[in-house]
Design a protein around this ligand. Structure first.
Ligand SMILES: [Zn+2]
Length: 161
């Protein structure tokens, strides 16, 4: 039995370069599926690590974002006194939350990979910031979490045959 050496040789050398061992000529579909899943897992892990590293750094940088300071100035009633832009209650300095009206993570979800989208939503225009009290913020955040969950569920349902 003679083997046709040219068939698949480019792919095989690619696999070798990638450190993927090829045993025999009868690679089954299952084996190539395993290879794909393994690389997907490495990719997911990489994006997870990147998120863990980058998000806190971006968040702390955003505290010095001029548009944010502008929004805080806008909500200032008098020295050390701020008005909640949702319920109108009075808040002392450091009692308020600078909220993104349009949240950083869209209600339709975020793939965890599109950093341009994430950064431009975090470092947004002053009009997208509102100064709110803690209870308004809790209500808003909880609602957003519920809406994201609903969206994820709807997407899952749509994928079902
Ligand atoms: Zn409020």
């Amino acid at each position: 039995m003679s083997k046709n050496k040219s068939t698949g040789s480019t792919f095989d050398s690619f696999l070798k370069e990638e450190g993927i061992e090829v045993t025999g000529t009868n690679r089954s579909i299952d084996q190539s599926k395993d290879v794909k899943n393994a690389s997907d897992e490495t990719d997911d892990l990489f994006h997870k690590e990147l998120k863990k590293f980058l998000i806190p750094k971006l968040r702390s940088a955003s505290y010095r974002w001029p548009a944010r300071s502008e929004a805080i100035k806008r909500a200032r009633k008098s020295r050390g006194l701020y008005g909640c832009e949702m319920c109108g209650c009075d808040m002392k300095n450091k009692e308020f939350i600078c909220d993104h009206i349009e949240p950083v993570v869209p209600l339709t979800g975020w793939d965890g990979k599109d950093w341009t989208q994430y950064v431009t939503r975090m470092f947004c225009k002053s009009e997208n910031f509102q100064i709110i009290c803690k209870s308004c913020s809790t209500i808003k955040t909880d609602t957003e979490i519920q809406l994201r969950k609903m969206h994820r569920q709807r997407k899952k349902d749509e994928q079902k045959p």
